[in-house]
Design a protein around this ligand. Structure first.
Ligand code: GDP
Length: 594
């Protein structure tokens, strides 16, 4: 207790809103509310610094103090499955394998440039002929030893992607721009590495810049528990310039040193398991999937299960597009033969038969469906609560393209809220930018609905929304958003059917077709088009027609759905006046909250 009777709490230099909520023994939403009242818009997984956290703690009746034991690493995370599997192998069968390294860091600090620069240091690659392809991972040779580098899968901007990056690696190289210092994503990446119990090497980048301040950056690193070894800490900090190609040798040496100290091993004769690095659907070959083998040996003809895809490996290629027959631990390979696209970050494994593969996938699907059902059930419970009057709040997370459109929407929502006698409209979080996974996590944690205006939701946030049972609703016209909020409010009292957008396509060309007049040649830019769904035609953001699809074709073949990135031809029932530049919005009608 402090002199004035307040309870003292120790806070670290940086922590997430969720972690702070636990420390102050309050709900994350309460913490977010206090933050909002103090002008800070933060989502549940966002890192906030000590000063900000201290304001919240004080308001909630605590006396905050800076945590003294900053060197003490909290073992919060879980050791990834593949590493546990290797730990279970007979030690006598384990051999050294090349370290798998992933490069993390704040946006624009130079991750991509550094990965490219390192790729070009590989003399052996040149000698072996063939140019290294971009397959999401590559190996280079240094002092007759191999090092495997893995790109952070997909959009590096998303938290869970970075977490997966750290999970798949033996070593994290944390890039910190010396002219910018430690930034929020630097802290976040450091925490992911800590959570996955992966050692960190800091590449202090952009040392060529006149405003580079190495001392300041090192001090900031010490503050987040990455004290440089020259200051008696145990983090190797290597000054580099990715653009000037300086310090790269030192960095590679540091990687090998850390690898030696961390006994990186695998059993090449053991059960084959690894991580999906990248997956892409190609017209001619079907799914092409980059796998990183972490234990065992992957062989042509093996039956692989990855995510919700499986298949017998028909062909394998190395990073120089050369056909290979087998891949030993730490080798990235591109494989052909899976029937479905897995996600980057999924684990893969080898099974004995296709039957076994199908059984595993069936089980996975059932599990994911039952997860969805249980989440749905909780949403239904939520509606029941609304109905019975226990909960009287419609919680909204709002994303918009620009600040200028956020304000009028917030004002209108507040107006709608005032008109309601029984139900509050509460905006938990309002921010510019696309719908991200953190928005979905916040919505799931607080039973909120995500409304987006003139923004999109990327695939990973949609997937998460699906599994978490969160509704994301995207609009291009403000009044339609308002209409839906009003409907939602009524829906809360009396469940109602509402539209759920499932995809959008740009009209790129118009074709005359005999039977249905005119067809629109389009590319799906978001989600998917479905043959039996409803369609709205938007021109300059105005809906000019709403109706049903008459036909949906890909390359003259009738299809039931067309996914993001694909081209197709569509005709509508009762409409044929398409113009190039129109947008087709595809939607289904379902019970609100479904
Ligand atoms: P990422 O977002 O972390 O992948 O960052 P990028 O690799 O895209 O780099 C962001 C910007 O910083 C680019 O304009 C790079 O050219 C620049 N950059 C990267 N490394 C260096 C460096 O060592 N020195 C300087 N001066 N600029 C760099």
């Amino acid at each position: 207790m402090s002199d004035d009777g307040k309870k003292i709490i120790e806070l670290p230099y940086s922590l997430t809103v969720r972690e702070l909520a636990v420390l102050v023994d309050n709900s994350p939403i309460q913490v977010i509310k206090v933050l909002m009242a103090n002008g800070v818009m933060a989502s549940i997984n966002q890192q906030i610094d000590f000063d900000t956290a201290a304001v919240v703690a004080t308001e909630l009746g605590f006396e905050p103090q800076l945590e003294q034991t900053e060197d003490e690493v909290k073992e919060v995370g879980e050791v990834p499955l593949w590493r546990r599997l290797i730990e279970d192998e007979d030690p006598a069968l384990l051999e050294n394998r090349p370290p798998i390294v992933t490069i993390l860091g704040h946006v624009d600090h130079g991750k991509t440039t550094l990965l490219d620069a390192i790729r070009h240091t590989d003399v052996a690659g040149g000698e072996a002929g063939g140019i290294t392809q971009h397959i999401g991972a590559y190996q280079i040779e240094r002092n007759k030893r191999l090092i495997t580098f893995m790109d952070t899968p997909g959009h590096a901007a998303f938290t869970s992607m970075r977490a997966r990056g750290a999970q798949g690696a033996d070593i994290v190289v944390l890039v910190v721009a010396a002219d910018d210092g430690v930034m929020p994503q630097t802290r976040e990446a450091a925490n992911h590495a800590k959570a996955a119990q992966v050692p960190v090497i800091v590449a202090l980048n952009k040392i060529d810049k006149p405003d580079a301040n190495l001392e300041l950056a090192k001090r900031q690193l010490s503050e987040i528990g990455l004290t440089p070894d020259e200051w008696d800490g145990d983090t190797i900090v290597v000054p580099v310039s990715a653009t000037k190609k300086q310090g790269l040798e030192d960095l590679l040496e540091a990687i090998l040193l850390v690898a030696d100290n961390n006994t990186i091993k695998a059993n090449s004769g053991g059960h084959c398991i690894g991580t999906v690095v990248e997956a892409e659907l190609r017209k001619t070959t079907g799914p092409m999937v980059t796998l990183l083998v972490q234990n065992g040996t992957l062989k042509l003809g093996d039956i692989v299960v990855a995510g919700e895809g499986y298949g017998r490996l028909k062909a394998m290629f190395d990073q120089r597009s050369q056909r290979i027959k087998e891949a030993v631990p730490s080798t990235p390979v591109v494989v052909m033969g899976l029937n479905n696209l897995p996600k980057a970050g999924d684990l893969f494994q080898i099974v004995g038969s296709e039957k076994e593969a199908r059984a595993i996938i069936e089980k996975r699907k059932e599990e994911s469906e039952s997860r969805q059902h249980s989440k749905r059930a909780t949403l239904e419970e939520l509606f029941a609560k609304y109905k019975s009057g226990q909960t009287k709040e419609l919680r909204i997370i709002l994303k918009a393209d620009v600040q200028g459109s956020l304000e009028p929407i917030i004002n209108s929502l507040e107006d709608i809220g005032k008109q309601q006698k029984d139900i509050n409209v509460s905006i938990l979080h309002a921010e510019t930018g696309n719908v991200t996974e953190s928005d979905v996590i916040l919505a799931a944690a607080s039973d909120a609905i995500v409304f987006g205006f003139n923004v999109s939701a990327d695939v990973s946030s949609r997937r998460l929304a699906d599994t978490e049972g969160v509704s994301i609703r995207l609009y291009e016209i403000i009044y339609r958003l308002m209409e839906d909020v009003e409907k939602a409010l009524q829906g809360l009292l009396e469940p109602e059917m509402v539209e759920k957008q499932i995809g959008r396509a740009n009209v790129l060309a118009i074709f005359k077709v005999s039977k249905h007049g005119t067809a629109a040649g389009c590319r799906v830019i978001d989600g998917e088009l479905k043959r039996n769904a409803h369609v709205r035609v938007l021109r300059d953001n105005e809906a000019i027609f709403t109706g049903e699809m008459a036909s949906l074709k890909r390359e003259k073949e009738d299809v039931r759905n067309v996914r993001e990135g694909m081209e197709c031809g569509a005709t509508l029932k009762g409409f044929s006046d398409f113009e190039v530049g129109d947008v087709l919005e595809c939607f289904v009608i379902e019970k609100f909250g479904g």
